[in-house]
Design a protein around this ligand. Structure first.
Ligand SMILES: Cc1ncc(C[n+]2csc(CCOP(=O)(O)OP(=O)(O)O)c2C)c(N)n1
Ligand SMILES: [Mg+2]
Length: 317
């Protein structure tokens, strides 16, 4: 990767972090309705994986979707406008936080039913097989999804039909307030792929370059027509959603993971390798801050959808 690309990865992670910190404030000000699940702490997974895709590769995820949407090229303006339920949002203000999407960018969303989007990923990949392309489908999901029936059905068929799916498990150690070991019979989640004869790997999800490299290698196999399972070890620094009292984990555990903050680690790497100096990285941070503030102004000045539109966009032609 050249210098410019590395700095772009840094910028994306900082933009996601800042956008979400600002979203938390907007939520507390009652400007965002419904749920808000923050990706803070997990940025290296979404940014690292998506940086390795070709533009035509499909991406689909669960409700913790803001970071992955930005990594796929959605703008801060259309994401924040969607969070605020505005007509200028990427889903025209009808989806909100859990339903960001932009089909032109091959980002299929944002799904609220745990595990429900995994069969959709299998379907996207099956369509590409019919068309005879080498386009990959990248499906992100949480550790909790791997205990759901959809997960097993979707993985099984992807292997039976030799589909080009990269399954990316974001193991952030918890599904809501339940630790992996309490919910999953196998706590090393990638081993579940072995039940379907599927090649698999585990990667440090707090290291954006390691994630990118693991994804490049996995996608090479996937494009030849076999699914691959990548487990990224990560952690969410915030609660499951806003208002989570976090009684299920200790402050000490959170602090330990925060010491390995993916943005801080990448910052240190860029300095140490002399790819950028402090002033250059601070300029990127200031640019991200500005982009978010501009997006908030844009979203707040945007119109709400009109009540007449309530039955629009229910079906896609
Ligand atoms: C089918 C279904 N069951 C239960 C829920 C409630 N629920 C929402 S998020 C969640 C935890 C999922 O955890 P995980 O897959 O690890 O994702 P994370 O929130 O950690 O990103 C649960 C149980 C749901 N949305 N859908
Ligand atoms: Mg989880």
């Amino acid at each position: 990767m050249d210098r410019q690309e590395l700095i772009r990865l840094y910028y994306q992670m900082v933009l996601i972090r800042r956008l979400e910190e600002r979203s938390a404030e907007l939520y507390q000000q009652d400007k965002i309705g419904g749920f808000l699940h923050l990706y803070i702490g997990q940025e290296a997974v979404g940014v690292g994986v998506v940086s390795a895709r070709r533009p035509q590769d499909h991406v689909i995820t669960a409700y913790r979707d803001h970071g992955i949407a930005i990594a796929c090229g959605l703008t801060a303006e259309e994401v924040i406008a969607e969070l605020l339920g505005k007509e200028t949002g990427c889903s025209k203000g009808m989806g909100g936080s859990m339903h960001l999407a932009d089909v032109d960018k091959r980002f299929w969303g944002g799904y609220a039913i745990v595990g429900g989007h995994l069969p959709l990923a299998t379907g996207l990949a099956l369509a590409e097989k019919y068309r005879g392309t080498d386009t990959a489908t990248i499906c992100f999901f949480g550790d909790g999804s791997t205990n759901i029936g959809y997960f097993h059905e979707a993985l099984n068929l992807s292997k039976v039909w030799d589909l080009a799916v990269l399954w990316v498990c974001e193991n952030n150690q918890y599904g809501m307030g339940t630790a992996v070991e309490r919910a999953s019979a196998v706590s090393e989640i990638r081993r579940k792929a072995e039940g379907y004869g599927m090649a698999n790997a585990q990667v440090d999800g707090m290291d954006v370059l390691a994630v990118r490299q693991a994804t490049l290698e996995a996608l090479e196999r996937v494009r030849q027509g076999e699914p691959f399972f990548l487990e990224a070890m990560t952690y969410r620094f915030r609660g499951h959603s806003m208002g989570d009292p976090e009684r299920y984990r200790t402050g000490e555990e959170v602090r330990k993971w925060q010491e390995g903050d993916p943005i801080g680690r990448f910052y240190d790497h860029l300095l140490k390798e002399k790819i950028a100096d402090q002033a250059a990285l601070e300029a990127e941070e200031a640019r991200a801050e500005k982009e978010v503030e501009q997006a908030v102004r844009f979203a707040e000045a945007s119109p709400d959808p009109s009540p007449e539109q309530v039955y629009d966009l229910v079906y896609v032609k």
